[in-house]
Design a protein around this ligand. Structure first.
Ligand code: SF4
Length: 460
């Protein structure tokens, strides 16, 4: 569940468990071990986990040997309480302890008991040797990666940093994922190299605030622009992406790297969260609306064909009609390809949870729908501007909606889905074996979220 960081953690855990002799099954009922990699960012995500834990509790009544594990952010947030309140749970394992999972499963299988593997409070620890040990512990999971195990034939995520030091007032991440720790550039480059050797051609660099990446070693400092330069130099890497960026750390050096390095994709996912200075202040986002507007202008002025995506929270404590209108205005001004829009829900332990959650549920719902409608209008205009153009598409596989296609695909073909360098979703008819290849697609139509076209026959 949750963000791309969790998707990567799940992939790495699966790879490690396979190496330890476990097998994956699609049929949960036949599993001996059920692991939930959880997210604490929204209440809804946690409620989903509790309901699934309830179902596993039922199964456990008939199969005492079943092992149930809760991994990730909820494990760190709730810790021992999870074991106390949910006796069906055997393993509680925080994000920084996932490299130990095979050993924890073995322990529980041998003893029939329960184990708790939580991250230490890294903010309370000193620097020097302790910091070094933290880096190595964090890196253990990534370094053990088997590149042949990544689920996509052409795409892979690579972590560049863990944790976050921004402390946005609504967010639980700095508490559950700990302080920001950047990985050594040479280890990142090595990992990308191994992925490219295993056939991956598109890599997405991941960090909670990826562009605040900073590695200091003696007198040498590598910032995010420098890291992009080092990774982009890996031969055979055709596309390099990164998510998620923080507006405050988006310097011109990163924009210049995006402009000058041909394999860095012109796509920026840069959450604004609100268009109002008053709300941004209460959110502790540390930038103003004018600074965000300036970033959009600098990006458009520097990176040709840059594509922007945003995130918004509606109904934050104290959000007025004027504040809401400012968010709608920001969506229009920024011309986002798409935005992720969420209704605010307080997360225990955060600064915002101590504010009065004073925007009524129905108002939150209305504002959510209103921003979605504004984004749909802006997204449609953005996507329609591609009609008539030919775009390079990395084919991901058959479209999940192929069966609902109004006109059936020609014999031997199906509706395929891929992405442009600007992260647009493109659907077109093609052969299923195109997955992992790059094709040129001429765009004939567009919706608010998708480009539709037909393939040019040259396949590279
Ligand atoms: S930048 Fe803010 S919203 Fe993003 S992970 Fe850090 S604290 Fe959370």
């Amino acid at each position: 569940m949750g963000c791309q960081m969790n998707r990567l953690d799940s992939e790495l855990v699966i790879s490690r468990l396979r190496a330890a002799g476990h097998e994956m099954t699609d049929d949960r009922k036949s599993a001996d071990v059920v692991l939930f990699n959880t997210c604490s960012v929204r209440r809804h995500a946690e409620q989903k986990v509790y309901s699934r834990l309830g179902a596993e509790g039922q199964r456990k009544q008939h199969n005492r040997r079943l092992i149930v594990g809760v991994l990730g952010c909820m494990a760190q947030r709730e810790g021992e309480q999870l074991l106390r309140n949910h006796p069906q749970v055997n393993i509680v394992c925080s994000p920084g302890q996932l490299a130990r999972l095979a050993e924890l499963i073995e322990h529980v299988a041998g003893t029939g008991g329960a184990v708790l593997a939580l991250d230490p409070d890294r903010r309370a620890r000193g620097g020097g040797a302790e910091e070094e040990a933290d880096r190595d512990e964090f890196d253990a999971l990534d370094l053990s990666r088997d590149p042949s195990q990544s689920p996509s034939v052409a795409q892979a995520f690579v972590r560049v940093a863990r944790g976050c030091d921004k402390f946005c007032s609504y967010c639980i991440v700095p508490f559950v994922r700990g302080p920001e720790v950047s990985r050594e550039p040479s280890r990142i480059v090595q990992e990308v190299l191994r992925l490219v050797e295993a056939g991956r051609t598109e890599v997405t660099l991941l960090g909670q605030t990826v562009n605040s990446y900073r590695w200091c070693d003696g007198g040498r400092t590598v910032g995010f622009a420098g890291l992009l330069e080092q990774v982009a130099a890996v031969g055979g890497l055709r596309r390099l992406r990164f998510v998620t960026s923080h507006p405050l750390d988006f310097g011109n050096d990163v924009l210049h790297a995006m402009r000058d390095l041909p394999n860095v994709c012109p796509y920026i996912h840069c959450p604004a969260q609100s268009g109002s200075d008053a709300v941004l202040r209460r959110m502790n986002r540390k930038y103003t609306r004018a600074q965000y507007d300036d970033l959009v202008d600098r990006a458009r002025g520097t990176v040709p064909d840059v594509v922007l995506a945003g995130d918004f929270i509606v109904g934050f404590p104290g959000e007025s009609e004027e504040d809401h209108a400012a968010s709608a205005d920001l969506i229009r001004r920024s011309g986002y390809k798409n935005s992720f829009i969420f209704k605010y829900s307080p997360r225990p332990g955060t600064a915002a949870a101590r504010m009065r959650d004073d925007v009524p549920t129905e108002v939150k719902r209305w504002r959510n729908n209103d921003l979605l409608a504004v984004q749909a209008e802006v997204g449609l205009a953005h996507h329609r501007s591609y009609i008539g153009r030919t775009v390079e598409v990395l084919v991901e596989g058959p479209s999940p909606r192929a069966a609902k296609q109004p006109t059936p695909a020609p014999p031997g073909q199906t509706q395929m889905l891929g992405r442009t360098r600007g992260d647009h979703i493109v659907v077109f008819d093609g052969e299923p074996n195109l997955a992992g290849h790059y094709v040129d697609v001429r765009i004939a139509d567009a919706s608010a979220l998708t480009l539709m076209g037909s393939i040019n026959l040259d396949v590279s």
